[in-house]
Write a protein that binds this ligand. Sequence first.
Ligand SMILES: [Zn+2]
Length: 293
Amino acid sequence: MAKTILCSSGGKRPCGVCRNCVLAEKNEHPDLILIEKGSPIAAGVKKDRNTIPIEDIREMIRLCGIRSTDGNKRVVLLFDADKMTTQAQNCLLKTLEEPPSDTYLILATDHTESILPTIISRCRILRTKAWDDQYILSVLDRNHVLGEHSADAVAAAGGSIGRALELTNDDSYWKLRDEVMDIFFQTTSRSDVLKISNQWKDRKQDAEQLFSVLESLVGMLMEYRFYRDRKTDLSAFPPQWQKFAGKAQEEEFVVLTNCISSSKKQLQYSLNFQAVLEKLIFTFIGEGNKWLQ
Ligand SMILES: [Zn+2]
């Protein structure tokens, strides 16, 4: 979409060959401002932070005030828009309402519920539909990234090409996914839970990814259980997981997904990670026990 706006071809856009297209493709276009969590554009913002701070939005507004090169159009691409802090979102409001001329703001998110209603009401919503798994595989093939995990990546990507591309060769993701599969539904004794939580106590930096992997796996189980037409492939899942997916009721899934999202919140409020993890594992044991006997 950004390339289409910036492309200078008189014919079909984006043409892919004009200077604007080439620069945009390499993320080097001077009039394309990219904002995402973890790669700040404002000076002095820490690289590894998990949110988009107000400083980035202020810097973006400052850049938008400068004349674009050759009087071009300008595009602001804000990935993970839900990661903006509340202050950042409030700071963005006025610019969204009255953007500088020829400036397009594109906010991308898969969590609209985390975005202020005042922001949403100022945007035009475009919902992207989930791509068909076969089509995503063909895109991976075309980009020469087919690998050992491609089929699982497509299954875990929930119809998103970007996510599948990102996951397929992300070794740390697959390692963590194996760990998550070993922990949940498989652990049954109290002493094992304590052993696991103890091993994890110093890995708080991995906590967010752990929760999001778990969330995505439980999402796949739900798809398998309730949306049979998507033909979710669970063959890579351990037997206990498959058994749960075949039998559990909606209520159990609700308990699990609620527990994962409250764990995420508790971590944001800096609760003890080990305690949060233990509670989560025990919840899985409790819900699993109803079906795994
Ligand atoms: Zn072009």
